[in-house]
Design a protein around this ligand. Structure first.
Ligand SMILES: [Fe+2]
Ligand SMILES: [Fe+2]
Length: 277
């Protein structure tokens, strides 16, 4: 393949939407943060789409989120999640099917990372735990994007990870010259995601590169490792990723904290089971 990273970026940004994303979500993704739109207005728009509303309610009432079984309306859900995490949550629940199609186990990997991110973020004292959880849910969106834009080539990449026992990002670099983290960051930026989420997606394999959201990026980086450690879902990698020292430093967690996160994760995942939307 002779495409440059810049060409790939343009081709990815040219994806105006992804299959299965309802038009309502595409419209909401295009809204810029600073635009005047209230939670109530967003809630009204979502409520008109029954499938989408049902999914939002199902996921916020699941053990992955912190309020199992207590949320009965979309607007209540949105109040709890907060404006900054809404876009990510809508994207996450809309791409459930394509995630499953892109890679068996990627959906489970993603909800596992969402659960881990919530636990790690609250332990590390991050202010916006919901944002962390949503960042966990969509951190690997770049895999979906590459899988859609370059279906055959990406399928080959995923096959080679097993055959050659190499990490997904290494093979992505070999084949595309860019990684799913970069691809995800570009699309998140194009969809006007808040900068925190853009960085959480774009730097989840290299938290030291984060400028604005080092702690959030570190949470996602560690969650990715935790969910792999638990053997929940599948991210395509044949081995665990080492956790970067910088991420530990930024989070200030002890070994004891990690042990507790792992044991809380076990409970959450047992309750969650195979969670489908
Ligand atoms: Fe990743
Ligand atoms: Fe991942």
């Amino acid at each position: 393949m002779n495409r440059s990273a810049l060409e790939i970026r343009k081709e990815i940004e040219g994806l105006s939407s992804l299959p299965t994303i309802p038009p309502v979500v595409t419209r909401l993704l295009e809204i810029v943060d600073s635009e005047e739109i209230s939670i109530k207005e967003i809630g009204d728009v979502i409520s008109r789409d029954q499938v989408l509303s049902a999914r939002v309610l199902k996921i916020v009432n699941s053990p992955i989120y912190g309020f199992p079984g207590r949320i009965s309306s979309v607007s209540q859900a949105l109040m709890l999640i907060g404006l900054s995490a809404i876009k990510g949550m809508l994207l996450g629940v809309s791409i459930f099917e394509i995630m499953q199609k892109t890679m068996v186990g990627l959906w489970e990997h993603s909800i596992g990372a969402a659960a881990a991110a919530r636990l790690i973020a609250s332990r590390a004292g991050l202010k916006d735990v919901e944002e962390a959880s949503v960042a966990g849910l969509i951190h690997d969106i770049g895999k979906v994007v590459l899988g859609i834009r370059y279906t055959e080539e990406y399928r080959a990449v995923l096959e080679r990870t097993g055959e050659e026992q190499r990490y997904v990002i290494e093979l992505e670099r070999d084949v595309f010259g860019v990684t799913h983290a970069q691809a995800g960051g570009w699309i998140a930026q194009k969809w006007n995601f808040p900068v925190n989420l853009v960085e959480a997606i774009g730097y989840h394999h290299k938290p030291a590169l984060s400028r604005e959201a080092g702690r959030l990026v570190s949470v996602v980086h560690l969650s990715d490792a935790v969910v792999k450690m638990m053997g929940f879902g599948f991210s395509g990698d044949p081995y665990l990723h080492p956790v970067e020292r910088k991420a530990w430093e930024l989070l200030g967690l002890t070994e004891e904290d990690l042990r507790e996160v792992l044991s809380e994760m076990e409970d959450t995942l047992t309750e969650t089971g195979s969670f489908e939307l």
